[in-house]
Write a protein that binds this ligand. Structure first.
Ligand SMILES: [Zn+2]
Ligand SMILES: [Zn+2]
Length: 283
């Protein structure tokens, strides 16, 4: 049977990527042989719907799967073939059920990466071994190849080994691209060539995750992306600290002002009396 490639995990500027949907779709057409892809923005389906519409209008030879990387309380979970958005902030169990209820495919993205790490109260890593174990009957696939350079090679190897040893779930690879040149760098091989074929391959565990190689351009782009992300995060923290400092200074100045007002009032109210006392004392 003919085999094809799919990128099942990528982001657009509808969440935190620098790439627009138009640029992403044109990149796949012009620079890759991948024709089935899932837009899996963080907690939104808007980019995926827009991509489907764009493909239709421009008659592009691409099939778009509506996906979402949901920020669950326990970590990131991807829903593929979705009809409705799954809201963030649910437990992993609830999130998996929400995806299943609408006929979607559940994928634990970068499952064993940075579990327990939080950003503004949100879990930013994978769901971890404990949850994968507990929910393995609700998880269709493990992302054992994630294209983010941070996962290479240790995290991906770990996911592959754990899956082989304990779970034997379907395996997928996704680029997790947040900028153009990372798109399609890691991918999933499936039987057939349509999105429907990918769906069936996933359910029948007939998929293979492939780790792509990074060229100099994508490594430079990655370094720029990470640097910009770190700088924006630092600016965000500095702004927060400045706001806290402003509040403290305002409180101090308010206290000083009110103590002046109090002493003015005090002087106005009691000064004459004191004067008269003084006068009395003179007598
Ligand atoms: Zn993620
Ligand atoms: Zn992602």
């Amino acid at each position: 049977m003919k085999q094809s490639k799919a990128d099942i995990h990528l982001h657009s500027n509808f969440s935190d990527s620098t790439a627009s949907i138009e640029a992403i779709l044109n990149y796949f057409i012009n620079k890759t042989d991948i024709r089935v892809l899932a837009i899996t923005d963080h907690d939104t389906l808007k980019g995926a719907y827009y991509a489907q519409e764009y493909v239709k209008q421009h008659n592009l030879n691409l099939e778009i799967i509506v996906g979402e990387e949901v920020t669950s309380l326990d970590g990131h979970i991807i829903g593929l073939f979705l009809k409705h958005r799954v809201k963030p902030g649910l437990t992993a169990h609830q999130t998996l059920l929400e995806i299943k209820k609408q006929g979607g495919i559940t994928v634990a993205s970068h499952p064993f990466y940075q579990t327990g790490v939080k950003n503004e109260g949100k879990e930013i890593g994978g769901i971890g071994l404990k949850i994968v174990k507990k929910e393995s009957n609700l998880i269709d696939a493990l992302e054992v190849v994630n294209g983010n350079l941070m996962m290479y090679p240790y995290e991906n190897k770990k996911a592959q080994n754990i899956n082989k040893k304990y779970f034997n779930l379907a395996t997928v690879g996704g680029s997790d691209a947040h900028f153009l040149s990372a798109l399609g760098k890691s991918y999933t091989i499936f039987e057939g060539h349509t999105a429907k074929d990918l769906y069936n391959s996933l359910l029948n565990k007939k998929t293979t995750a492939v780790q792509g190689s990074w060229d100099i351009k994508s490594i430079i782009d990655y370094t720029i992306y990470i640097t910009v992300a770190i700088i924006s995060f630092a600016i965000f923290i500095i702004k927060q600290k400045i706001n806290e400092l402003k509040k403290i200074l305002y409180k101090i100045s308010f206290n000083i002002r009110s103590s002046y007002i109090d002493s003015d009032n005090y002087n106005q109210l009691y000064q004459p009396k004191e004067d008269s006392n003084k006068t009395n004392r003179k007598h």
